[in-house]
Every structure is written in structure tokens, then in C-alpha cells.
Design a protein around this ligand. Sequence first.
Ligand code: IPD
Ligand code: CA
Ligand code: CA
Length: 266
Amino acid sequence: MARSALLNVMVQAALKAGKSLSRDFGEVQNLQVSVKGPSDFVSQADLKAEKIVREELLKARPTYGFLGEESEEIQGTDGAHRWIVDPLDGTTNFLHGIPQFAVSIALERNGEVVAGVVFNPATDELFTAERGGGAFLNDRRLRVAVRRVLSDCVVGSGVPHLGRGNHGKFLVELRHVMGEVAGVRRLGAAALDLAYVAAGRFDGFWETDLSPWDMAAGMVLIREAGGFVSDMKGSSDIFDSGSIVAGNEYVQKALLEVTNRPVPTR
Ligand code: IPD
Ligand code: CA
Ligand code: CA
């Protein structure tokens, strides 16, 4: 599989940050049993990973903008390009010693995401995609799942929690979705969840209250694997709305309809 120079830069940055996270993940497992717990240590791991990604990307393309979860946005002198980075997606999993987390790096060109990398160092799974070049898991070409009816489908989502999201609205969505599908999963790292849709592991996915760095890389992975994404209203303003519905042509449409059903009266 031939990767462009840009995608290579992204992959190298993800691998380097992944190495650092991997080391720190080992330490988190020790800290679970300490009195202080691993919280402060995890924030440091997160910041360290973003610093690594940022340095790698800006070294290779000093004029590009940079939007990362953990630092001030850099407006590049090149108005067309922007990196969108979540150095550690799945922080709660990481903190609890659950090996479901990732580094997510995307490249936006003129407002469109054109390349994405999602790397889970705990499983050594590297998801990559470039517009027009297909999506890959390590060296294997990816396609979204082919199931057409929700009753056969396993779909992922994100569950709001203490201090986050609209609990009532989510319960209505879930109530409608769970009555239609073969299973619902909450794995806890949105960037990886979207990569799983690209890989055909999830037939579909929906979540609200996300940020661009949670979704950018996953969006291009899904599109390049033949899938579709929109926001919860069916529009392409995914970053503005912070919501996403994904799947193949059939599942994406069906999930959109089901998650938008009104509050049941009984
Ligand atoms: C979170 C994860 C999680 C999603 C949250 C995100 P973080 O990102 O992607 O799955 O449900 O809304 O904020 O905080 O671990 O980078
Ligand atoms: Ca995130
Ligand atoms: Ca994060």
C-alpha cells in the first residue's frame, strides 16, 4: 500500500505519540492501586502526546494550522490546511486501564477532511485513509459492513454521563434504536468507534456533543471505506453540530430516521 508523503507524516506522528501513550498506559496500570490514583499522571500523558504530535506535524508542515484538544489553536499562514488532533481519545478508558483508546490525526484542506489516521497503541491497530486512496487497517483494505436492515446490525454510540450531554434526549434515541437493532455498544473512544464503522465491525454509529477532533479522522475513514456520515439532522455540518450518524448507505439513513423519532407518548 503506497502512502502519500503527508499521510506518512501523520502516521509517524501517531506512532510516536502512541509509543509514549503505551509506556504511560503501563504505568497507569500500576497507579490504579496507589492512593493518589492515576488522574494527574493521565493528564500529563495526554499533554505529552499532543506535544509530540504537534511537533512532528509542524516540523513537517510549518505553515499549516493546528487544532488540538489540549492546546491553543494555531492559525497557520497557509489558510487552506489545518491539522485536527485528539492526542488521546478514550481518556476515561485509559485512566481505568481499559485498552480502548487512540491517537487521532486528521488533515483538513479548504474545510474538507482529506486524510485521517487513528492509532490504538494497545492493540497496534493503525487505521489510515486519504481521499481517493481508500481506507486501511494496517495493510488491509477496509469496507464498511454490507448489512442492510437494522435488525441485523450492531451499532455503537456514546452515553452521556455526569455533567455531560443531554441525558433525556439520549434515552429517547436509545429507546428507539434498541428496539430495532441486534445490539448497541458503548466502547468509549469516538475516533475508534468511527474507525470500527469503516472496518465493518460496527454497522453504524451515532453520537452527539462531540468535537471536531473526535470525528475528523473517522469521517474520512468511513467515506473511504464506502460509508456515509451526516450530522443528526442529516446535514453535512458535522463539526458545527457536534453530532454524527454513520453507516453504509442503508444503515446511515435508517439510523438517522430512528434517532430522530419523537418522544414516545407511552
Ligand atoms: C471522548 C470519547 C468518548 C465520547 C466523548 C469524548 P476524550 O473523548 O471519544 O467516547 O463519548 O464524548 O469526549 O475526552 O476521551 O478525548
Ligand atoms: Ca476525544
Ligand atoms: Ca482527548
